[in-house]
Design a protein around this ligand. Structure first.
Ligand SMILES: CC(C)(COP(=O)(O)OP(=O)(O)OC[C@H]1O[C@@H](n2cnc3c(N)ncnc32)[C@H](O)[C@@H]1OP(=O)(O)O)[C@@H](O)C(=O)NCCC(=O)NCCS
Length: 329
């Protein structure tokens, strides 16, 4: 927190596909029902990318809205970072596709993968480029089309995930007490088996893989659940302690939208009312790296956050990874 520059938030945007996949729709595909899904997860429906929609098209739509909100032209961006685990393709990076769609010809652009913690990793990275004095204006995007890697024959995982994108613009400020004032990032690769999607150098896609459906997400939901319940409250407490925020100072918690029960149990543990957390999992499910920036954009547009407010982000996901951050609006 002794940086010369601050990295302040000047605009956000989000984009969700039109197409809705409800719990009733899923109950026609696998052995499940609306009551089970709502009670165990809080999810009622999720958005699914339609034909012609992809991680980059959603990311670009969110980016354009963030540029509008910040009153900036794309040409004023110094860097684009996209957090995603469902990239446009293995290469080029999704960020390059976004940059091209925004009409940019030499702006640096790259992807980061930290699964559901990806947006916080990317936000922290973008802020550090600004704080170090290298760039003035950075676009950070979380974007996913998880529906493209979900196994819609696996009821334990297919109910959870949705598609979408959220974008945030960070800009240099001389006031380092505002903007991204704290973030901590963590990973434990020993937890890789809890959640994975295998296609890659170790397991290239081939006919055998398609036979065993190993091209899709594999999830041990119960393991992640236990890990998440513990970490969630710890990460919020850590953020409040380091940023010296009392419960009254903290306007809003924006958690990764993993499961309503996980969020509720953490809020209870922290003795905070449920209204202190911004939750939209009922409408969008878990959109991995996109979930926090979508919720941030929603909270700002709904007037839940005003200048001067402090917001805590908290996330965990495949890796395992986990992260928190404090943003002063
Ligand atoms: C996935 C999750 C909702 C499952 O809820 P849960 O309370 O842990 O449920 P369990 O996995 O223990 O399963 C309980 C029972 O429901 C069944 N079940 C699983 N999915 C079901 C579904 N969609 N519909 C109906 N029954 C289902 C199970 O087969 C099991 O049946 P059994 O008791 O006869 O064996 C929950 O564990 C979770 O949210 N985990 C974290 C999510 C996650 O990993 N997200 C990605 C990373 S951020």
């Amino acid at each position: 927190m002794s940086n010369t520059f601050g990295a302040i938030l000047t605009g956000t945007g989000s984009a969700l596909p039109e197409k809705r996949l409800t719990n009733d729709d899923l109950s026609k595909m696998v052995d499940t029902n609306d009551e089970w899904i709502v009670q165990r997860t809080g999810i009622k429906e999720r958005r699914i990318a339609g034909e012609g929609e992809s991680t980059a098209t959603l990311a670009t739509a969110a980016a354009r809205k963030a540029l509008d909100a910040a009153g900036l032209k794309a040409s004023e961006l110094d860097l684009i970072i996209v957090a995603t685990i469902t990239p446009e393709m293995i290469f080029p990076s999704t960020a390059c596709f976004v940059a091209a769609s925004l009409g940019l010809r030499s702006t640096p652009a790259f992807d980061m993968a930290a699964a559901c913690s990806g947006f916080i990793y990317a936000l922290n990275t973008g802020a550090n480029f600004i704080k170090a004095g290298q760039y003035k204006t950075v676009m950070v995007i979380g974007a996913e089309t998880l529906s493209r890697i979900v196994d819609y024959t696996d009821r334990a995982s297919c109910i959870l995930f949705g598609d979408g994108a959220g974008a945030a613009i960070l800009q240099r400020s001389n006031d380092s007490s505002k903007g991204l004032v704290y973030a901590s990032l963590h990973a434990d690769g020993n937890g890789a088996e809890a959640m994975k999607c295998m296609p890659g150098s170790l397991h290239p896609v081939n006919a055998a893989m398609l036979d065993t459906r190993d091209q899709y997400i594999k999830l041990k939901g119960r393991e992640v659940y236990k890990f998440a319940v513990t970490k969630f409250a710890e990460l919020i407490e850590d953020a409040m302690r380091v940023a010296e925020l009392s419960k009254d100072d903290l306007r809003l918690i924006i958690p990764h939208q993993v499961n309503q029960r996980i969020i509720d149990s953490a809020m209870e543990k922290l003795e905070m009312g449920p209204e202190k957390a911004h939750v939209n999992i009922d409408r969008y499910g878990n959109t991995s790296a996109a979930s926090i920036p979508i919720a941030l954009d929603e909270a700002l547009r709904a007037g839940r956050l005003s200048p001067g407010d402090a917001v805590v982000f908290v996330a965990f996901g495949a890796g395992l990874t986990w992260a928190n951050a404090v943003l002063k609006i």
